[in-house]
Each structure stands twice: as structure tokens, then as C-alpha cells.
Design a protein around this ligand. Structure first.
Ligand SMILES: Nc1ncnc2c1ncn2[C@@H]1O[C@H](COP(=O)(O)OP(=O)(O)OP(=O)(O)O)[C@@H](O)[C@H]1O
Length: 605
């Protein structure tokens, strides 16, 4: 299991911003500009209580000109604030959306390039949740709360400065009455949120997984009459999510405590301010400024607590997303790890089981193949496809393949057979580089697959699985899923080369025939025909067909055999064979039993 890092459902939330920074770096100028404009808007609004306080003193002094000037300044500040705020929101949302857009692209790119094993090791719903819901939540936060968060943080700072410069005595009183209980409440909310939000996100991901699996398996569940069992499992997951969501709500109720703290602080300030004004220590205007600015501060802190609640929730999603990006990053490092692991394994294998040299001389007989079938000259192991001491496990410690060594010469046609679960499909995926071995090496033309360029590999080695996956759309849409830009003419040429033109013509709309949402219109065998046409367009060195286990109608079986026979020329073709008719025709057969090669039937003369 060397090449897979398993994702934790409840992520580590430490240093999330530091981890996210590399993804923000490209947009820092735009974000810096947005934050600056936002802070200017906030500053404009924070100055309003100061001007109102001055206006009150001017009113008490009968200074009409001063009063009118102050009123004009208040008006100007409010207008400036409105315009600046709108501008900053636009800038911030635009910059934030770019970040989210880049993250979304990166997730798609990383998931597309990640080893198959990584995808198989995780529940589809969990990956879906991280790649869609959590990015959507991040986008919603950026649009909805991020501008507020910056404004509110600005209010807290600027209001504090206004309060401190208005009256240090009242400010000291405010500090004593307001700050300690607020600090305590914030700690409580934060702790409760850190406990409950990740658990809520994990429970939601589990529910999504169970739900999406039930949709995928709906036919099987109905056949087995297991819908009830599945529903109760879904109900269990829904109940678990409900409990976690309630606990997260519980964490949020602590926020209401801030109202009580604010009430007490306001009353204390009013009494103290009144006494000081009566004694001539400060003007009435200063008391007014102080009360207005402290109200601003209270409501900012209040709103900030709510937004911070959202921030903590978004932080969990961001941490889960960053985990996904980290786990699917750096394929170079992954393959390097595997290459070294492979070398160790290969050394072990040659020491204990079957050495690479033995494989070519005794077990597999590539010399025979090359000597007789292909070129008439000896082909060493440097040519063709070779597994050397390959070991593989899906779960740590449970080997599915045990030191498999086998070689297929260029142009060879061979079969891999064995009972269900003996490891044929797993070996096929290793042979075409979809899995990396735990130990041992798979080589193509002498080169370790893990060292080859992934895109190049996909053109040189093609696997047609038992169940060829189809996307919603037409036959042409499905044929287009081939490396390179293929045209209608390419589809037609490939079908013609495989003798499938009559079959395509027999479809209602030829290449435009709609195959349904999941290609339901085609049987397993017909889907493999689609796979064969794609393979013909890719023109790989090695083609591996994992024969469909479902019963094939004679017409389709014949078309597959015919197409395969035409594809065989000039390339290595391996068939994971299930049907006796196929096995009988294979010139060379390798039999697997419980992850080991048991017998090797030599090539037919
Ligand atoms: N994605 C997976 N996760 C965990 N275990 C798996 C996975 N795929 C296969 N296995 C297990 O590995 C073993 C070998 O499976 P594999 O599909 O390679 O066998 P097979 O010979 O191709 O079987 P079949 O003829 O039924 O296709 C089986 O025990 C199977 O349960």
C-alpha cells in the first residue's frame, strides 16, 4: 500500500491558512487591493460617531455653522462608505472566486491523475463531498461572509482606537467589564466548534457516500431484496448526522451569551459617562461618541462571532480539501517512493522466489515466442512486457498477488486464467500501470512503468475492463474518450479496421445512437466492442482485454473475437479469459491460483 495516503475523515485543522497560502499566492495582489478598499470603507463608518459627538457639543454650544459642517461630513462619510464597501465587495468576490475556481480545477486535475488505488481506497461519496460540496461551501463563504469578516475585523480595530482616544477612563472601564467575559465566551465557542464541526462534516460525508452508493447499487439491491437493509443503514447514517449537526448547533448557542455581556457593559458605561460629564471631566459629545462607538464595537464583535462560527465550519471543509490536494499531489514523489520500494522487492524476489533471469529462461519462454512468432531473432526481457516478483495488496498485510514473475514478448498473444478472485484483474491493472506494485517491477521495453510518463503510458498500454464504463451521451461521445482529438473519420476507420461497420450501421443512429445515462443501451459485450474501437484508435503496444463475465450472445462474442484477431497484428495482446471457447483458442495460457502462477501452458506450436 506504498503509494496511497489515506484521508482522515476528521482533518487536522492546524495551520490551515499556511497550507492554503500556496494556492492564494497567485492572487495576493488582487486580494490585497480588495482588503485595502474594504478597510477604507470601514474607517469611513467608524468616524461617524466621532463627528456626531462633535455635533452634539456644537449643538450645546449653539454653533450652527459647526453643526451644519458636521452634518455634511457625516453625509459624506456615509456615501463614501457605501461606495467603497460595494467596490471592495466586488474586488473581494472576484479575487475569491478566482481562488475557488483554481482550487476546483486543481482538484479535478489531481483526481484525474491520482493512482487508481487511491480512488478505490476511499468511498466515492467522501471524495465527491470534498471535491464539490466543500468547494461550494468555500465559494459561498467567499461570496457571503468573507467581505463581512474583513469589515467586522476592521470595525473592531478602528472602534477600539476611537474609544481609546475619546476617553481613556471609559475605555479602561470597558476593557474590564467587556473584554474578559467576551474572551471566555469566544474560547468556549471555539472549543465546542472544533469538537463538533469536523464530526458534523465527517458524518455528512458518510451520509453522502451511503446515499450515492445506494443509487449506484439500486438494481442489485432490488434484485437481492436488500432495499430495507440498505434503508436502515441510510437511516442510521442520517441519525448519526442529525446528532452531530445538533451538537454543532449547540456549540453556536453559546454565542447568545454575548448579548448579556454587552447589556452589562452598556449600562456601566452610561452610568460612568454620565457621572464624568456631570463633573465636567468630559463633554456630553464625548459620552455620545463613546456610547455610539461602543455600540458599533459590540455589534461588530457580535457579528464577528457569528461569522467566525461560519469561518470555523469553512475551515474544516478547507482542511478536508487541502488533505485531498496533498494526498493526490506530487506523483513524482509517489513514484520515487515506489521505485525504491520496487527495487527492494525485486532484490528479495530474485533471492527467494523466481529471479527475473529465471522467468525468461524457464517459466515463460519469451524466447520461444520471439523466436518463432515474431521476428525470428531472440528477444530478451528488455523487449515486451514483464512482471518481476510483483506483490500487491489492497489491505495492508493481505497480499492478493505473491511475487508474480511473467514475461510477454512483443507481438505475443496469451491468456491469463484462474478461478474468481485469483488475482487476474489485479495483475492486469498492474501490467498496464494502473496500480503500482507493493514490491517488484513491471517493465515495458525494459523500462519500469513507474518511471514512464503517465500520458505516454496510457497510449502504450490499454486495458479493456470487464465492465467498460460509459458516460451519458452518444456512441460518438464515448468513442471520443480516447487520447488525442479523434474525429468522426477516425471512429469510422477504426470500426472498419475491426470489421464493426455493419454493427455500427445496425444501430438506430449509427455513431449518434444515444446510449442512455450510463450506457444502459449496450450489453457488457457491446461495451467491450466500444473499448476495442477506442483501443484501435489509440494503437497501443499492449492490449489487455478482461473478458466480460456476463453471458455474451453469439453475435457479440463473434464480433469481439473478430475485432481482437484484427487488433492482434503487431502488438502484444493478453486476454483474461473466462469462457472455455476463448481459453481453447489461446496459444499460451498462464493460470493463477490465489495470487500465484500455478501452471503455464506453453505456446501452441
Ligand atoms: N478494489 C478492491 N479492494 C479490495 N479488494 C479487492 C479489490 N479488487 C479486488 N479485490 C480482491 O482481490 C482479490 C483478487 O481480485 P481480482 O479481481 O483481481 O480477481 P479475479 O481473478 O480477476 O476475479 P474475477 O474472475 O472474479 O474477476 C479478490 O479477493 C478481491 O476480493
Amino acid at each position: 500500500m506504498a503509494d496511497v495516503r489515506l484521508l482522515a475523515e476528521e482533518p487536522d485543522q492546524r495551520h490551515v491558512l499556511r497550507r492554503a497560502w500556496p494556492h492564494l499566492r497567485r492572487h495576493r495582489a488582487a486580494m490585497g487591493a480588495a482588503v485595502t478598499v474594504n478597510l477604507l470603507a470601514t474607517l469611513a463608518l467608524t468616524l461617524v460617531p466621532v463627528v456626531i459627538g462633535r455635533a452634539v457639543d456644537e449643538l450645546l454650544d449653539n454653533d450652527r455653522t459647526g453643526l451644519l459642517t458636521s452634518a455634511a461630513v457625516v453625509f459624506g462619510l456615509v456615501i463614501a462608505r457605501t461606495l467603497l464597501l460595494r467596490w471592495s465587495e466586488l474586488l473581494l468576490v472576484r479575487a475569491g472566486e478566482k481562488v475557488v475556481h483554481d482550487l476546483r480545477d486543481l482538484v479535478v486535475e489531481r483526481l484525474g491523475g491520482t493512482p487508481l488505488r487511491f480512488l478505490e481506497a476511499h468511498r466515492g461519496g467522501d471524495l465527491l463531498q470534498r471535491a464539490t460540496v466543500e468547494i461550494a461551501e468555500l465559494a459561498a463563504f467567499v461570496r457571503g461572509q468573507l467581505p463581512d469578516l474583513i469589515s467586522l475585523a476592521g470595525y473592531v480595530v478602528f472602534s477600539t482606537i476611537v474609544l481609546l482616544t475619546s476617553s481613556w477612563q471609559l475605555f479602561t472601564l470597558l476593557l474590564v467589564v467587556f473584554a474578559p467575559p467576551m474572551w471566555l465566551l469566544t474560547r468556549i465557542v471555539r472549543r465546542a466548534a472544533e469538537r463538533s464541526y469536523p464530526a458534523e462534516a465527517a458524518a455528512r460525508a458518510t451520509l453522502t457516500s451511503t446515499f450515492s452508493e445506494s443509487l449506484q447499487a439500486r438494481e442489485q439491491l432490488q434484485i437481492d431484496g436488500a432495499t430495507g437493509t440498505w434503508l436502515s443503514r441510510l437511516g442510521g447514517d442520517a441519525g448519526h448526522y442529525y446528532r452531530k449537526a445538533r451538537s454543532a448547533q449547540g456549540a453556536a448557542t453559546w454565542i447568545d451569551g454575548t448579548w448579556i455581556v454587552q447589556g452589562i457593559a452598556s449600562a456601566a458605561l452610561l452610568i460612568a459617562g454620565g457621572i464624568m460629564a456631570a463633573n465636567g471631566m468630559i463633554s456630553v459629545g464625548v459620552v455620545v461618541t463613546f456610547m455610539l462607538a461602543s455600540r458599533d464595537l459590540f455589534s461588530s464583535v457580535d457579528d464577528l462571532t457569528l461569522v467566525v462560527g461560519d469561518l470555523l465550519e469553512t475551515r474544516v471543509g478547507l482542511a478536508r480539501l487541502l488533505d485531498l490536494l496533498d494526498a493526490t499531489a506530487a506523483p513524482a514523489a509517489v513514484s520515487a517512493a515506489n521505485v525504491s520500494g520496487t527495487n527492494v522487492g525485486a532484490a528479495n524476489v530474485s533471492g527467494t522466489n523466481v529471479s527475473a533471469a529465471n522467468v525468461s529462461r524457464t517459466n515463460v519462454g519469451p524466447t520461444n515466442v520471439s523466436g518463432t512468432n515474431v521476428s525470428g531473432t531472440n528477444v530478451s526481457e528488455a523487449n515486451g512486457l514483464a512482471a518481476e516478483g510483483v506483490t500487491y495488496s489492497y489491505r495492508a498485510g493481505e497480499h492478493v498477488l505473491h511475487g508474480i514473475s511473467v514475461h510477454f514478448g512483443p507481438g505475443e498473444h496469451a491468456g491469463i486464467v484462474g478461478e474468481t478472485g485469483s488475482g487476474k484483474t489485479t495483475l492486469a491493472k498492474l501490467l498496464c500501470g494502473l496500480y503500482l506494485p507493493d514490491s517488484g517491477t513491471v517493465r515495458l521495453g525494459g523500462a519500469d512503468l513507474s518511471a514512464l510518463d503517465a500520458a505516454d503510458l496510457r497510449k502504450r498500454l490499454v486495458l479493456i475492463p470487464q465492465q467498460v464504463h460509459m458516460i451519458a451521451g452518444s456512441l460518438a461521445d464515448n468513442l471520443a474518450l480516447t487520447p488525442g482529438r479523434k474525429t468522426r473519420a477516425d471512429f469510422a476507420n477504426a470500426a472498419d479496421a475491426l470489421g464493426l461497420t455493419a454493427w455500427i450501421d445496425s444501430l438506430p443512429d449509427g455513431f449518434d445512437t444515444d446510449l442512455g445515462r450510463r450506457g444502459e443501451r449496450f450489453s457488457a459485450g457491446e461495451r467491450q466492442l466500444v473499448g476495442l474501437v477506442r483501443a484501435a484508435m489509440t494503437d497501443p503496444e499492449v492490449l489487455i482485454l478482461d473478458e466480460a463475465t456476463a453471458d455474451l450472445d453469439p453475435g457479440t462474442a463473434h464480433r469481439i473475437e473478430e475485432a481482437l484477431a484484427r487488433l492482434r497484428a503487431g502488438r502484444t495482446v493478453l486476454v483474461i479469459a473466462h469462457r472455455p471457447a476463448t481459453i481453447d483458442r489461446l496459444p499460451r495460457v498462464i493460470r493463477l491460483h490465489a495470487g500465484r502462477i500455478t501452471t503455464e501452458e506453453p505456446p501452441c506450436p
